[in-house]
Design a binder for this molecule. Structure first.
Ligand SMILES: Cc1cc2nc3c(=O)[nH]c(=O)nc-3n(C[C@H](O)[C@H](O)[C@H](O)COP(=O)(O)O)c2cc1C
Length: 208
């Protein structure tokens, strides 16, 4: 696909589109079609990737498979705590018509540290959120205890020692007009570095 639609937008409009992304909830039908999902995952793998390790693993779970996942979530919750009836976990999996499990396949023998490979997967997830937003869909990235449960990971096919699960992106169409989220000023987390921050004043000999 050529980027004709994008070339019709000014840089300001493109940035405004990017900055209008926010997590959306609740989500209903429709979900992206196959061709749209292809674009979403093409965008995902534009994430920076040290040493071209391609650590990304994305698993789509659409209704009715979300109900199967709900049973997995519920069984995992009961295993963690016998008092848990699994009801809340079951609802977590079926709360949107589609989920994308964000997985990682870490190259343990690489000189690239695991954190960098995980960051690449995180960056890919961000691209997924942005691509869905550009295509007019809503999304919400959530984790929770089931994300870190080996039973859940195994059921999703992430059973190897080097597999990780970073959470689930819930996907669909917002069912109500979202309130525009208030954002802090980016100035609160930006600094312009011009040299070392010295706790002690420099000795006079260095000042000269
Ligand atoms: C790795 C990760 C896991 C998250 N898990 C949850 C979660 O379990 N529940 C939740 O409400 N928000 C979770 N969030 C935060 C939401 O995805 C979202 O960023 C937050 O609600 C702020 O909304 P915004 O994206 O519009 O700024 C998670 C975010 C990240 C990056």
């Amino acid at each position: 696909m050529e980027f004709s639609a994008v070339s019709m937008l000014s840089q300001g409009e493109l940035l405004a589109l990017l900055m209008s992304r926010q997590s959306q909830w609740p989500l209903g039908l429709p979900v992206p079609e196959a061709a749209e999902l292809d674009l979403v995952f093409e965008a995902a793998i534009r994430a920076p990737d040290h040493s071209n390790l391609q650590p990304w693993r994305f698993i789509t779970i659409k209704e009715p498979a979300t109900h199967e996942l709900g049973e997995i979530f519920a069984a995992a919750a009961v295993k963690r705590n016998a008092q848990d009836l699994g009801k809340a976990s079951r609802l977590q999996a079926t709360a949107a018509p589609m989920l994308i499990a964000i997985g990682a396949q870490i190259s343990l023998s690489s000189k690239v540290p695991e954190i960098e490979q995980m960051l690449s997967v995180g960056a890919a997830a961000m691209n997924i959120l942005n691509a869905l937003h550009i295509l007019g869909y809503g999304a919400y990235w959530a984790s929770g205890e089931n994300t870190y449960d080996a039973h859940v990971r195994r059921a999703l096919g992430l059973s190897q020692e080097n597999h990780r699960l970073l959470g689930f992106i819930y996907v669909g169409t917002p069912t109500r007009i979202p309130r525009r989220k208030q954002r802090p000023s980016a100035k609160t987390c930006v600094a312009n570095w011009v040299g070392p921050l010295l706790e002690e004043p420099r000795p006079a000999s260095i000042e000269a």
